[in-house]
Ligand binder design. Structure first.
Ligand code: ARG
Length: 460
């Protein structure tokens, strides 16, 4: 670059060295903001016109130029240059090339500091809308699968040990609930994203008679940021988005872990469709659950970005600092990662085949109705702790006999407590056990059916 040909100032007499230029440029990645940058510029220019800060004919030229640039970018014809550092300066320079003098007036009463903050909010707003829609698609797939398996009994686990029989749909609905909370978190964060920084200029506001509320209205922001210093410095909304994404990914990672286990031959509960698995180059019998494994792996990068963003902000004095440019690559990657993950997950869930027999057999094998025997004794007057001891002995005996509690003779059971009668066999069946947990939030078929209905209503 020639001497004195800086894009931002004539103050410098030395050109920027190539290495510094590359080091400080962000255009290779922030060109992704181009469309929202233009949207923001159009609103800013319109406000300048309304306030008579620029003339109507200047505005017309600016709008025409920006519309042309938009088309150039969309068609891939736009020439990005790292000499022009970032998306904002690239677009502004092109505008001046196209429309001349009026283009030079666009930046009146504005700084790249409030411009970039506005762009990030405009961009994130769209991402959040899309994320919420994608979560709902996954929830729908979850409900479809759950709808087919209200009466499918599986062993519910604690400590990865067989605990109590549950409806498979009930288990799936646990993920529906997690996704509901994820959705609510994104929805709630929206109000903190959707507030306008523009007008803060570099940090202190501007001496032009601007109308920030008008810009907010044009750009559909719910409010205007109340403090100009905060407006250019705040990146909380990105951190918050990243956190919501981390938690979403954490949920999908836990689910992935289950899918991986359930599809292993040791469990044999489900089969993930071939399209979501890969084979082994050496072991012909293998079908590897790559997709859930990768989802489990991708939480690492999303969490890494969260730590990066928190660390990025922790030492920054007010107001804007160039450090902030480092917010972009992490947050773009978070957005891409959750979008891809949610897409693929919804399809994968829709393609799961369930082996009801294996699930039920596992529940049957694991003495999962032992609690029901204890509850039976309690209902007949035995204190719970005592009943717990009685059942532990009965289970030990059944293990020695190599059978389930429900397969023991009544006489054998009565040796552990005379309170046990023929009616016990209703409690010891898997179905009886599941059905007995019949209250709001419980696993009985009736409870699960009404939970499913409510879940469908939430998505309607
Ligand atoms: N590329 C910059 C960023 O992403 C834009 C703002 C630059 N502002 C400045 N005063 N250097 O943060």
């Amino acid at each position: 670059m020639k001497k004195n040909s800086k894009k931002w100032s004539e103050r410098f007499s030395e050109p920027t060295s190539e290495i510094v230029k590359r080091f400080t440029a962000s255009v290779t990645f922030d060109q992704r903001l181009a469309m929202v940058d233009i949207e923001g510029s159009l609103a800013h220019a319109e406000m300048l016109k309304k306030q008579k800060i620029i003339s109507a004919s200047d505005f017309k030229s600016i709008a025409k130029g920006l519309n042309q640039i938009q088309k150039e970018i969309q068609s891939g014809k736009f020439k990005w240059s790292i000499d022009l550092e970032d998306v904002h300066l690239n677009i502004e320079k092109r505008l001046t090339d196209i429309v001349g003098e009026p283009g030079k007036k666009l930046h009146t009463g504005r700084s790249r500091n409030d411009q970039v903050a506005t762009d990030m909010r405009l961009w994130l707003r769209e991402v959040v809308d899309k994320t919420i829609a994608q979560i709902e698609t996954l929830q729908r797939a979850t409900l479809t699968l759950a709808g087919e398996h209200v009466m499918t009994i599986m062993p519910g686990l604690t400590h990865l040990q067989i605990a109590q029989p549950i409806s498979f749909a009930h288990h799936l609905l646990a993920y529906f609930e997690m996704l509901e909370r994820d959705k609510a978190r994104f929805q709630d964060s929206y109000k903190r994203i959707n507030t306008l920084p523009l007008g803060a200029a570099a940090l202190a506001g501007t001496s032009y008679p601007i109308d920030r509320a008008y810009v907010a209205k044009l750009l559909k922001f719910d409010s205007v940021m109340a403090n100009s210093i905060d407006a250019v410095s705040d990146r909380d909304f990105l951190i918050e988005f990243n956190f919501s994404a981390s938690l979403l990914m954490t949920h999908l990672s836990r689910w992935s872990e289950e899918l991986i286990m359930w599809s292993s031959p040791f469990f044999g509960f489900i089969e993930i469709s071939d399209g979501f698995c890969t084979g082994s180059s050496i072991m012909p019998q293998k079908k590897n659950p790559d997709v859930p494994e990768l989802v489990r792996g991708k939480v690492a990068r999303v969490n890494g970005h969260l730590v990066a963003l928190l660390t990025l902000m922790k030492g920054q004095p007010l107001a804007y600092n160039k450090d902030n440019q480092e917010d972009k690559e992490p947050i773009f990657d978070v957005a891409d990662t959750i979008s891809d993950t949610l897409n693929i997950y919804a399809e994968m869930v829709a393609g799961i085949t369930v082996s009801k027999e294996s699930m039920e057999a596992a529940a049957f094998k694991g003495y999962s109705t032992a609690t029901d025997l204890a509850d039976y004794l309690v209902k007949k007057g035995m204190p719970f702790r005592e009943a717990h001891g009685v059942v532990a002995k009965a289970v030990k005996y059944a293990i020695a006999q190599g059978c389930d509690l429900s397969e023991l003779e009544l006489k054998a059971l009565q040796k552990f407590s005379p309170l046990i009668e023929q009616s016990i066999f209703q409690c010891l069946t898997l179905k009886g056990s599941v059905q007995s947990r019949n209250h709001f939030g419980g696993t009985s078929f009736t409870s699960v059916k009404s939970a499913l209905k409510k879940a469908h209503q939430k998505l309607a």
